[in-house]
Ligand binder design. Sequence first.
Ligand code: HEC
Ligand code: HEC
Ligand code: HEC
Ligand code: HEC
Ligand code: HEC
Length: 225
Amino acid sequence: MSEQDDAVSDGEGHDHSEKVIMKKLILATTVLTVVAGVALYLWFMPGYYQNYAPEQPIPFSHQRHAGQFQIPCLYCHGSAEYAEFASVPGLETCMNCHTMVLPNSPWIQQVKKAYDEKKPIAWVKVHVLPDFVYFNHSRHVSAGVQCQTCHGPVETMEKVYQFSKLNMGWCIDCHRNNNYLTPSRIEFAKKRDEMRGAEPMNPVLQAMSHPDPHNADISCSTCHR
Ligand code: HEC
Ligand code: HEC
Ligand code: HEC
Ligand code: HEC
Ligand code: HEC
């Protein structure tokens, strides 16, 4: 009696636990696959991370334009000085030079064709902050932070890449430690103070031109509104 019971319950128990194990296995495999999938997706996602350097539709070289020919950054990215976004120049800016410079290059012919047809070139964005972060170029540029402090030596780049981490720690580190000043800026501030002598510059003018170095706000609402 008890033997039979044992045998039956054994059999049932065995069947039962086999099912449970199978279920657990299926569950574990599913979870693992999903996790691995997400991880792989995040890893290979054409995304925005340090050193990200996407292929561009026209191989525009900053090394050539901003380095070799020393075209100022603001000639092409003028809005960085007065607006939230730095924006990429329109094709009319390119054609200012390229009606004359290398008109027979196949790349330039592609630029000219797009210009004539009024079709913008679909440059691939390199830097993107999440939507919940507020960032304003003009505030940084007018405070004397150089493009290169955040974007690295762009004038040496054949293809632009994301030089900085662009994470929250990176923003806060500079805001807290006031570490955005280059030696030439410090030299400039010193000279200006000498020239100014006893008479301090009009505070409004001073804020508009080259404000003295000071820490930027690190309260949450500065960057998250
Ligand atoms: C002759 C025009 C021109 C000049 C001068 C120029 N740029 Fe650009 N810049 C472009 C174009 C066009 C793009 C878009 C194509 C690309 O990413 O290569 C671009 C892209 C960029 C990007 C990447 C934008 C993104 O998608 O996130 C940065 C950063 C940048 N430029 C910074 C600079 C800096 C700093 C300088 C000066 C050292 C400079 N540029 C000089 C035309 C110019
Ligand atoms: C201020 C003048 C100037 C502006 C503005 C300018 N370029 Fe150029 N570009 C040059 C010069 C100079 C060269 C190099 C010529 C050489 O090497 O002989 C050049 C070279 C190039 C080349 C290489 C062509 C090849 O076949 O080697 C490309 C592509 C190019 N520019 C694209 C652009 C684009 C796109 C823009 C607008 C975003 C632009 N340029 C704006 C002056 C300019
Ligand atoms: C304090 C750091 C900082 C400085 C200084 C700075 N940038 Fe940027 N730049 C950024 C960040 C962050 C982004 C990404 C912005 C976004 O996604 O909203 C960016 C994006 C860009 C872009 C892509 C278009 C856009 O506005 O999103 C260009 C072009 C650019 N910067 C050029 C410049 C140039 C040229 C200068 C100097 C005149 C400059 N930047 C100075 C941090 C900086
Ligand atoms: C290399 C230094 C540096 C880095 C990096 C930097 N900032 Fe700033 N930030 C400044 C300075 C300097 C000011 C101007 C302070 C002033 O004029 O009061 C400023 C001001 C600001 C302001 C106030 C502007 C306004 O309109 O109220 C915001 C918002 C801001 N930064 C956001 C950011 C974000 C977001 C990042 C990162 C993506 C960042 N900053 C990275 C130096 C930096
Ligand atoms: C100087 C600018 C700045 C300030 C000040 C700031 N943040 Fe951020 N924060 C950022 C940026 C930039 C990101 C996006 C980081 C990224 O994409 O890696 C971010 C991301 C975040 C995230 C999302 C984190 C994640 O992993 O997605 C949270 C939450 C956050 N911040 C909370 C805060 C709080 C709370 C404060 C105040 C104590 C604060 N932040 C102050 C710039 C700032």
